[in-house]
Design a protein around this ligand. Structure first.
Ligand SMILES: [Zn+2]
Length: 326
């Protein structure tokens, strides 16, 4: 056998081994999930949703990856256009992401750049907001599902605006150990309210399967509930356009739809971002329970692009309005 054939055969074996290695790695790191215990039974308090004229939700996507695959990821905002002043839910990455992580230790820098950094905006959030008819200078509030850098970063691109955060989330965000791990960027916290003046708290009003809630506008259009686990003050936000068009934005309580559909854990790759793994898994089970009770409710994980596409058939940079016919 000629030498070339021998080398070709070796190269082919090496290629196959490499492909198997990459496949197993991807399976262990991303695709494999553990099934979680079911949530204890909980009564449901179904809200009465009265449609509000000209209420709209718009998907302002600032970053994405793998858009041609079912596991596509996304980051950005949902803009709620409300007659009493607009609300922005989460803000995606800062357009200064790379500068903000520049001084972190080499390994952490690499991790941030190659995971969260893949969702960096090419066009800053305010410009994208304008494309869906939003005005970045007239936002009433920003609410953050939690304070991680890929949800709070876009604040750096916006004019100063009141940011709704609970005391428990502020305590977490200002913790120097949390900041040293790169979960929260110190520059972002300067846009937050001080720890002793939190801007969000819950009332003991049951809502859906949650024991506490807060009705932001007092009209039932936007209702916030605690989802403590991924971070101590993580929240979920219901946006009720009408009785049949309701979304529930759950931040990073689950990383993709499989979490609440199949009651499975996060991928190994992302699990380390959960501040309290046991509570985070309980929340996943609770979301699965809610999904089974209210299958028509559109549960949207912050990074789960397939879930956005179901609620926003027009795709990124489109709106769904209470005025539009179903
Ligand atoms: Zn995130």
């Amino acid at each position: 056998m000629s030498r070339i054939v021998v080398w070709l055969r070796r190269a082919a074996i090496l290629f196959v081994l490499l492909a198997i290695f990459v496949g197993i790695g991807a399976y262990i790191l991303y695709f494999h999930r553990d099934t979680l215990a079911a949530a204890p039974q909980h009564a449901r308090v179904a809200p009465t949703v009265t449609p509000l004229k000209s209420l709209a939700a718009c998907w302002v996507e600032t970053g994405n990856t793998f858009t041609n695959y079912p596991f596509a990821m996304t980051a950005g905002s949902i803009l709620v256009k409300h007659p009493a002043g607009d609300l922005l839910i989460d803000t995606g990455n800062s357009s200064h992401f790379d500068d903000e992580i520049e001084n972190y230790p080499v390994l952490l820098h690499l991790e941030l750049k190659n995971i969260a950094g893949q969702l960096n905006p090419e066009v800053p959030l305010p410009e994208l907001m304008r494309l869906v008819g939003g005005d970045p200078t007239k936002i009433r509030w920003v609410i953050l599902s939690h304070t991680h850098l890929d949800h709070a970063g876009g604040l750096m691109d916006l004019p100063r605006v009141p940011v709704l955060l609970t005391r428990e989330e502020l305590l977490y965000a200002f913790d120097s150990a949390v900041q040293a791990k790169g979960f929260v960027i110190p520059a972002h916290t300067r846009r937050f309210p001080p720890v002793d003046a939190p801007t969000l708290k819950f009332d003991p009003h049951p809502y859906e399967t949650f024991d506490e809630s807060t009705d932001l506008y007092g009209d039932g259009s936007v209702v916030v509930v605690p989802l403590r686990g991924h971070t101590p003050g993580s929240v979920g936000i219901f946006v009720n356009l009408d009785p049949h068009r309701r979304l529930f934005y759950v931040g990073d309580a689950v990383d993709e739809e499989r979490g609440f559909q199949d009651r499975v854990s996060k991928s190994l790759l992302l699990r380390d971002s959960d501040n309290d793994a046991a509570r985070a898994n309980e929340i996943v089970a609770k979301l699965n329970q809610l999904h089974q009770m209210v299958p028509e409710l559109a549960i949207i994980p912050a990074h789960g692009r397939s879930a956005y596409l179901k609620f926003f058939p027009g795709g990124a940079l489109s709106c769904v309005s209470s005025d539009a016919p179903r």
